[in-house]
Design a protein around this ligand. Structure first.
Ligand code: 5GP
Ligand code: ZN
Length: 111
């Protein structure tokens, strides 16, 4: 997807502060962090939103869950706590239509 900002980060055309990557996913710091730790985890495959996940993505979904677990530990928030969230669609305020998980932590996050 040439017009997708996260695909451009994945292919290296747009720079990002990458904190984790493997064959399936990339994680980088959010450009406008809402907390001391604010990481975005994206699949290398262009999946527009959570709505577009299919049965064939089952392994990827598990992979992303474990990657988030690992990133939380690496970012030093595994014990203090963190929040994982996905915005899906207009009412959730999804801005970038390439599936991404937010990992937030490093301070009390409120409710
Ligand atoms: P959402 O689509 O879930 O509302 O959030 C998109 C997130 O991507 C926002 O938190 C925004 O700050 C972040 N973001 C948008 N463009 C860029 C970018 O070019 N680089 C990085 N690192 N983050 C971005
Ligand atoms: Zn994309």
């Amino acid at each position: 997807m040439t017009d997708c900002i996260f695909c451009r980060i994945i292919d290296g055309t747009i720079p990002a502060d990458v904190v984790y990557q493997d064959e399936k996913v990339l994680a980088f710091k959010d450009i406008k962090p809402a907390a001391p730790v604010h990481i975005l985890l994206v699949p290398r495959e262009h999946i527009p939103s959570y709505n577009d996940l299919e049965a064939r993505h089952s392994e990827l979904i598990g992979h992303m869950a474990l990657a988030l677990n690992k990133i939380a530990a690496e970012q030093g928030v595994a014990e203090t706590g963190y929040r994982i969230l996905v915005n899906c669609g207009p009412d959730a305020g999804q801005i970038v239509y390439h599936l991404h998980y937010h990992l937030l932590g490093g301070k009390p996050l409120g409710s």
